[in-house]
Design a protein around this ligand. Structure first.
Ligand SMILES: Cc1cc2nc3c(=O)[nH]c(=O)nc-3n(C[C@H](O)[C@H](O)[C@H](O)COP(=O)(O)OP(=O)(O)OC[C@H]3O[C@@H](n4cnc5c(N)ncnc54)[C@H](O)[C@@H]3O)c2cc1C
Length: 416
């Protein structure tokens, strides 16, 4: 693949950049981009994020790969990458729409009826409504199909009970995508059904979780006799796993491996700025050796990411290379953040007063946030399993629950 822009791509990049320049300010060198996980979203940040999304929607830059009939511009995967690259260079509000636009919208477009798309897509695209993903439960994360929240049919409604956890942004969301068990008598993956739930419905209780960096990005969400009308079901009863796979494919593709690759230039800049004994630390041979190692690994992540883009540009879903990029990129990002804090000496330990640290605490924030990235969207171990099975051709994990009715799978302590 030729990594340079084709003339068409260059023209598209120029058009995207011109619009961004006219509507936003470029980031200063070293300035962190938007709050990706919505950890510090107050009323003002929510308002600003919605206004920015509306502005993009009015100009046709909101969800550029979506069909034109739904407000997109039917852009190619490469154009989407170019747009995201250019967008990342500008100071923009918190990206509270990443789950809605990256995962929920594509799932509604793929599995929703025409009425459901009409109902939900325009508000999502224009930023009026914010969406979250209610998949994980206290006992179902990597093993998502082991989830225990239930849905029982009652006339035209379903009654949902159970608990979800780690729900990013639930505290400011209007709609959520939720997978629940509708048939405990069916095998694990077969008894699931997928709904869109109103986050303001009676019986939905949201409790924020405070994170190590002080942010409150995600939540526990409790469902007590919550009624979901049947017309908010996506796809057939019992087809929830199939729909969830569409969401998860989009999740992995959108998380990618950028965490490590994008930080390398900042790390070089930091090493030029910090001085020891009157010399910039970048002149120290030991530091240079470490930087060279990070550079090589970053390049590997960057080019693996470009393989994902190649897959997208050929119209195929990204394969195991997306898992590789996320696995290596998140670990690399964490290693680089740790090294950047080491280079800062005592300032590296300051998290309470970002203004007094080099790069305004961006490295400390990365260091505390990146462990989360190593868990979200597939933990390191799950990604290694994928690579083992799909790249190295090793035998799959043993599946003792295959074909067994969910209610008959042993769980919890044995009864007396
Ligand atoms: C920042 C962040 C945001 C998130 N946002 C959302 C959200 O918006 N919505 C949502 O639904 N969820 C969200 N999650 C939850 C996330 O999807 C889960 O945390 C993730 O799937 C892991 O599940 P778990 O936490 O239950 O860990 P577990 O699956 O219980 O894993 C525990 C440990 O066991 C290991 N392990 C598990 N299975 C295997 C195996 N088969 N082989 C080897 N090792 C294994 C894991 O790697 C891990 O080290 C978020 C998580 C984070 C960190």
């Amino acid at each position: 693949m030729d990594f340079n822009d084709t003339p068409e791509e260059a023209a598209f990049r120029a058009e995207a950049r011109a619009w961004l320049e006219a509507n936003a300010d470029p980031l200063e060198p070293g300035e962190a981009g938007g709050d990706l996980l919505g950890e510090r979203v107050d009323a003002a940040a929510l308002k600003a994020a919605k206004a920015w999304q509306k502005k993009k929607a009015d100009a046709g830059w909101a969800c550029i790969t979506w069909p034109k009939e739904y407000g997109g511009r039917a852009a190619t995967a490469i154009q989407s990458v170019i747009w995201n690259q250019e967008h990342a260079k500008f100071r923009t509000p918190a990206n509270i729409f990443s789950i809605g636009i990256g995962m929920c919208g594509p799932t509604v477009l793929a599995h929703g009826t025409p009425e459901q798309r009409e109902r939900w897509i325009p508000d999502l695209l224009s930023g009026e409504k914010v969406w979250c993903q209610l998949f994980s439960e206290p006992a179902a994360g990597s093993d998502l199909a082991g989830l225990r929240s239930t849905a029982v049919r009652d006339g035209d409604d379903w009654i949902v009970n159970g608990q979800k956890i780690w729900t990013t942004g639930a505290h400011f969301c209007d709609w959520g995508i939720i997978v629940v068990r509708s048939d405990p008598g069916a095998a694990k993956h077969a008894g699931l059904t997928y709904f869109v739930v109103d986050m303001h419905a009676p019986g939905v209780e949201i409790r924020p979780i405070t994170q190590i960096n002080g942010g409150k990005g995600f939540n526990e969400v409790f469902f007590t006799d919550v009624r979901i009308p049947d017309d908010q079901r996506l796809d057939a009863v019992g087809n929830g796993w199939r729909v969830a796979l569409t969401t998860l494919m989009n999740e992995r593709a959108s998380i990618g491996g950028s965490a490590g690759a994008s930080a390398i230039e900042d790390l070089f800049r930091l090493a030029r700025e910090i001085e020891v004994g009157g010399q910039p630390v970048i002149e120290d041979p030991a530091v240079r050796q470490k930087l060279a190692d990070f550079y090589v690994r970053s390049a590997g992540v960057k080019y693996t990411g470009l393989r994902t883009i190649t897959a997208l540009s050929k119209g195929t879903m990204p394969g195991p290379e997306a898992s590789l990029g996320k696995l290596i990129g998140a670990i690399l990002g964490q290693n680089m953040a740790a090294y950047a804090m080491e280079l800062q000496g005592v300032a590296g330990g300051i998290t309470s007063d970002p203004a007094t640290t080099p790069h305004q605490g961006a490295w400390q924030d990365r260091y505390l946030g990146l462990p989360g990235l190593r868990i979200a969207g597939g933990t390191d171990e799950i990604l290694r399993n994928i690579i083992a099975e799909r790249v190295l051709g090793l035998p799959p994990e043993a599946r003792v629950d295959k074909g067994v009715a969910f209610k008959d799978i042993p769980s919890g302590p044995p009864s007396a």
